[in-house]
Design a protein around this ligand. Structure first.
Ligand code: GUN
Ligand code: ZN
Length: 448
């Protein structure tokens, strides 16, 4: 017996790249839409009046009038072990790592602690409407097991990996090139492609890995075509100067990674604020992607990511949107877009609402080479869905009354909205989070 469900209400989805084509042609919006879901996959999406007659007798859609149904958000860069240092005062990147982050990450040697934080983290993502994230764990393999085990409970499509560090960090957080390789390989065998879980080879950043470890990361990627890679790149000027000292033979920071075979499709480089034109060309040619992390870049004083330069249609680079918690200050993609708008404005650009929601959905999916599965409301895609509530607060309710188009409504949502504006989150068609549910608003996939 197949499981058939349907959602009804106003719905919007990106259909194309608004950094390449006029925004108005890149958004599909239906005032009264129907999303038909069978066995976790979207079977039909379109106007209710057209699709309703084909619904089987007795199937009553879940109705969300006055809401906005959108694809689940995609967070392209986030650290789950850093929840406990979100909003830590007073430092820039390198001091922030030694003062706050490395001490916090040491706690993940304890499986119980890892499991507790993973549980909170997954729920906070779902509360924010995020259904896929590319996640750093810690150097401890048990931190990865804890994360994927929790993700499996909700059946979320998550991408995560064990951090690789074999120098310039506290001894308790170091592996070696060989141990990091062996532990990563065992985790790949355990988790990659199990249900919806995907593995990501995760050298933290060039300063904390020797050449031997970066090469081992490259060797791991060669074991399977569909593995992911995440690391940090050109975030902070002191960090960049340090990389130049550590790797004098390399032409640029990105070249350190390219030399080890890490710049390829499914590679995601976090931050990439201080890049040369040649680096953008390398990313364009290789299919590697960048994660725009505006709340973190502002909070840590790292700089302003040149989004419109990165996506220049003459040699577009794929860009996803990252919260980068705990450097970032919110797990909400709406709040992250709020800051992305301001960062673009500082460079004289206007990030329109369609472009913004592209970054948080289809653009993120394309950056991860997962757009055949997620990021869009369309037949054949996995039914990861966020139901937004534009009336979530008295101010939003009031402001929504003055929105004359879906673009204005989306812009209001990303300016005033946060987790309060998420009414429900569906994962593979199951309502795993519903703010209005009495008692616990979360249900595991099996329960939902
Ligand atoms: N660079 C190396 N590690 C990190 C990290 O944990 N967060 C951020 N924002 N940058 C990094
Ligand atoms: Zn990061």
């Amino acid at each position: 017996m197949s499981a058939l469900t349907a959602l009804r209400g106003p719905a919007a989805t990106l259909t194309d790249d608004p950094f390449d084509k006029p925004s108005r042609g890149c958004l599909a919006f239906h005032e009264d839409a129907l999303v038909v879901i069978e066995d976790g996959i979207i079977r039909a999406f379109g106007p209710y009046a057209e699709l309703a007659p084909s619904l089987p007798d007795g199937l009553e859609p879940v109705h969300y009038p006055h809401h906005l149904i959108v694809p689940g958000f995609i967070d392209a860069h986030v650290h789950y072990p850093q929840l406990q240092v979100i909003g830590a005062y007073g430092t820039q990147l390198l001091d922030w790592l030694t003062t706050y982050t490395f001490p916090a990450e040491q706690g993940f040697a304890d499986e119980g602690h890892a499991a507790r934080v993973a549980k909170l983290f997954l729920r906070e993502l779902l509360r924010a409407g995020t259904t896929t994230a590319m996640v750093y764990c810690t150097v401890h393999p048990q931190s990865v097991d804890a994360f994927f085990a929790e993700s499996e409970r909700f059946n979320t499509r998550m991408i995560a990996g064990k951090v690789l560090m074999d120098r310039h960090a506290p001894a308790a957080l170091l592996d070696t090139a060989q141990r990091g390789y062996d532990e990563s390989l065992a985790l790949i065998e355990r988790w990659h492609g199990r249900g919806r879980q995907l593995y990501c080879v995760t050298p933290r950043f060039a300063p904390t890995s020797t050449d031997a470890q970066l090469e081992a990361a490259g060797a791991l990627l060669k074991t399977r075509d569909d593995l992911f890679l995440q690391t940090h790149l050109c975030e902070n000027t002191d960090e960049i100067a340090w990389v130049r000292e550590l790797f004098p033979a390399r032409q640029s920071y990105l070249d350190v990674y390219a030399h080890a075979g890490l710049v390829r499709p499914r590679s995601m480089f976090g931050h990439a604020i201080h890049m040369h034109e040649g680096d953008f060309c390398t990313c364009h040619q290789s299919g590697a992607a960048l994660a725009h992390c505006p709340t973190s870049n502002l909070f840590l004083g790292s700089g302003l990511f040149p989004l419109f330069q990165a996506v220049d249609p003459r040699r577009p680079v794929k860009v996803g949107l990252g919260t980068d918690v705990g450097g970032g200050t919110s797990l909400s993609q709406l709040q992250t877009l709020n800051e992305a708008y301001k960062v673009a404005a500082m460079a004289g650009h206007k990030l329109d609402a369609v472009q913004a929601f592209y970054l948080a959905t289809l653009g993120g999916a394309r950056a991860l080479h997962l757009d055949d599965r997620i990021g869009i409301l369309a037949p054949g895609r996995e039914a990861d869905i966020c139901v937004l509530d534009p009336h979530a607060t008295p101010l939003m309710d009031f402001r929504a009354g003055y929105c004359a188009s879906v673009e204005e409504l989306l812009f209001m949502l990303m300016t005033l909205g946060d987790d309060r504006a998420v009414r429900a989150t569906y994962v593979a068609g199951a309502p795993v989070y519903d703010r209005a549910r009495a008692g616990d608003p979360f249900r595991s996939f099996a329960e939902a």
